[in-house]
Design a protein around this ligand. Structure first.
Ligand code: GMT
Length: 373
């Protein structure tokens, strides 16, 4: 049995999902898990005797213009390392979590190993910011082990941050009991989807980098040829602009803005095709969620997306911005029922074979074992 601390961004996002699911699965395997976060991770929805939650509380002293969250987190990490005698502190994101963990390792009396998992935004967005580059590199170099969620992210980390640290690729996974196709005819009718309509879906946090406008333009082409609806799931900075675009393209009756949703597998289960047209994406967890629910995907040739979608088998890869090509692929697939069924089957097979949760969790456990020995 190992004692493992986990720090992640606890709010919505793929990295928070992975960190929490990983913790819950390791707890089921008998390990003791200590979440050290600013709020209860949103996916921590099961009570388990092996799971503990340590809240990082901010004190608002009038002398500080900004409360020093990162230092408070480092202090909390050091307290938990000592009190609970942690073997491993696994942090998700180099900035700021790896930096806090390294400071905590220095402060604590008890010997702990730091594992940092890179998820992308720290490298692809923050790494480009020169004021943070050295700090990110320090977080990576001083961690006892570093993992990244795709080969592409390893390469980007080398290019952007300039580290030659050994970085192991451990792919993301989904909780297979949650992400599986479910019977869903009533959901289709609740959303006013006709039996002969095809359904396309996009799920994201509507940040600029997700290029939701490309999803809408692709759908416009498809909709001209095939009776269809587009489900847009999620919320974020581009939300109202996307609403305007949908009105401008006269698609109000066919594009459903669903906002943030909890039971995404039910929505995926009524979908025929998933679109992720991002400009940058280190992995694209939503693709794996879709494939796990038997939904083929079209994604852009960027970051880790081509490591997740198998072109021409589980979906298609297009160049970023190429909505014409994306629509051509989508129309061909949605018109050909036999091909669509084959892609759905292959998508599930691919998800289960190459991203099986138990296999992925074991890769993390093996890494911890190597460090502790
Ligand atoms: O995509 C986001 O904006 C959220 C971000 C996060 O922190 O969850 O996602 C990153 O980590 C996910 C889990 O590893 C990956 O699936 C996403 O591709 C990655 N996002 C980007 O690289 C933009």
């Amino acid at each position: 049995m190992k004692k493992i601390g986990i720090t992640c961004y606890p709010t919505v996002g793929g990295s928070g999902i992975i960190a929490t699911e990983l913790g819950m699965m390791m707890a089921e395997m008998g390990h003791e898990i200590h979440f050290i976060t600013s709020s209860l991770p949103f996916r921590l929805n099961r009570i388990h005797p092996n799971i503990y939650y340590h809240e990082v509380e901010l004190n608002h002293y009038p002398v500080f213009q900004y409360p020093p969250f990162d230092l408070t987190l480092a202090n909390k990490m050091a307290e938990v390392i000592d009190q609970e005698e942690l073997d491993i502190l696994h942090v998700h994101y180099a900035m700021p979590h790896a930096i806090c963990a390294i400071l905590a390792q220095d402060i604590a009396q008890h010997q702990v190993k730091i594992v940092t998992t890179l998820h992308g935004t720290d490298i692809t967005v923050l790494g480009i910011d020169h004021s943070l580059k050295k700090m990110i590199r320090h977080g990576i170099d001083k961690s006892d082990a570093v993992t990244a969620v795709s080969h592409s992210l390893v390469q980007q980390t080398r290019d952007v941050v300039g580290t030659d640290k050994d970085i192991e690729v451990i792919y993301n996974f989904v909780n297979e009991s949650e992400y599986a196709k479910v019977a869903s005819n009533s959901i289709r009718s609740q959303y006013g989807i006709e039996p002969d309509e095809k359904v396309m879906i996009h799920i994201s946090n509507f940040r600029k980098v997700k290029r939701v406008q490309d999803v809408i333009h692709t759908f416009k082409h498809v909709h001209n040829k095939i009776k269809s609806k587009l489900l847009l799931v999620g919320d974020g900075p581009e939300y109202s602009e996307m609403h305007q675009l949908v009105s401008k393209l006269d698609l109000n009756d066919s594009v459903l803005f669903l906002g943030k949703q909890k039971n995404v597998s039910e929505l995926l289960s009524i979908s025929d095709l998933k679109l992720l047209m991002s400009e940058k994406e280190s992995f694209g967890l939503v693709l794996l969620e879709a494939m796990s629910c038997e939904v083929p995907c079209i994604g852009t040739n960027t970051g880790g997306i081509p490591e997740v979608i198998q072109h021409n088998t589980t979906g298609y890869i297009v160049e970023p911005g190429d909505t014409t090509q994306a629509a051509t692929y989508a129309i061909n697939l949605l018109k050909n029922e036999k091909l669509l069924k084959q892609f759905s089957k292959d998508a599930l097979k691919h998800a289960r074979k190459n991203f099986f949760s138990q296999d992925i969790v074991e890769q993390y456990i093996d890494l911890y074992d190597k460090l502790i020995q």
